[in-house]
Design a protein around this ligand. Sequence first.
Ligand code: CAA
Length: 257
Amino acid sequence: MKMNHLKAERDGRVVTVRLHRPHALNALSSELLAELLGVLGPLDQDPEVGCFVVTGSEKVFAAGADIREMAGRSAVDMMSEDYFAAWEDFADLRTPKIAAVSGYALGGGCELAMMCDLVVAGESALFGQPEIKLGVIPGIGGTQRLTRLVGRAKALDLVLTGRTMDAREAERCGLVSRVVPDDRVLAEALEAAAAIASYGRTAVRAARECVDRALETGLRDGLRFERRVFHALFATEDQKEGMTAFLEKRPPRFHGR
Ligand code: CAA
């Protein structure tokens, strides 16, 4: 597949995608999204792939949706295309996704990071939802995922003022998993990705699904869902292998079954 806005690289069970639209600060155009889904969609079905890493450049993870692409559209255009709906296909990929964020993660860039399962940020990364300055509001989860992750007070602070927050603040409020020195961002993300990819794929996917369920449901239903998934994992070879290996004091060999 010819790619104009991305670079993809596979190393064993980890696939790294680098957003590459430097002239537009990695603005997330429809074409970029189509390329992202075109690359990651098929790999999501590949049992030999265990984790995705999404990254940008040193200066910018992504500066948001493509303002140039949107500027002239009418409400009818936006609604009839259900503009942004395809981003849910990215969020729904079942392979764990790690955002390795350096520089700006603004608007859709911040929302893209929030669609990932881990966010590793460099010390000088900046997060924000500045859409209010453009006369609109966030449209790919910046009022919904952000509020669930950081709470109403912080979400409204960001969404209504359009200010940016630095990586430490983003970590404190629950948007970022780890903050590392700028020159360690990708390495740290790749190490985490390699660890995740080394575990049983079925258990990894189940764990993701259960954690995400916590944001969508009440505690009682969530606990029952978790317990049933836990029970179901006893049908896997990986559960037998993982527990037997522990008792035999040897490393496990998972096969994703
Ligand atoms: N869309 C399209 N083009 C963009 C862009 C975007 N989101 N962000 C930057 N660019 C382009 C600029 O237009 C500029 O292009 P030209 O050289 O052709 O003029 C180029 O990238 C470089 O940008 P700047 O000159 O502005 O770079 P800077 O270093 O001075 O500033 C910045 C960096 C603070 C990130 C600034 O570019 C900026 O504020 N960008 C817009 C951020 C934003 O508003 N994001 C939200 C977009 S809407 C959205 O995301 C909705 C949603 O919920 C999904």
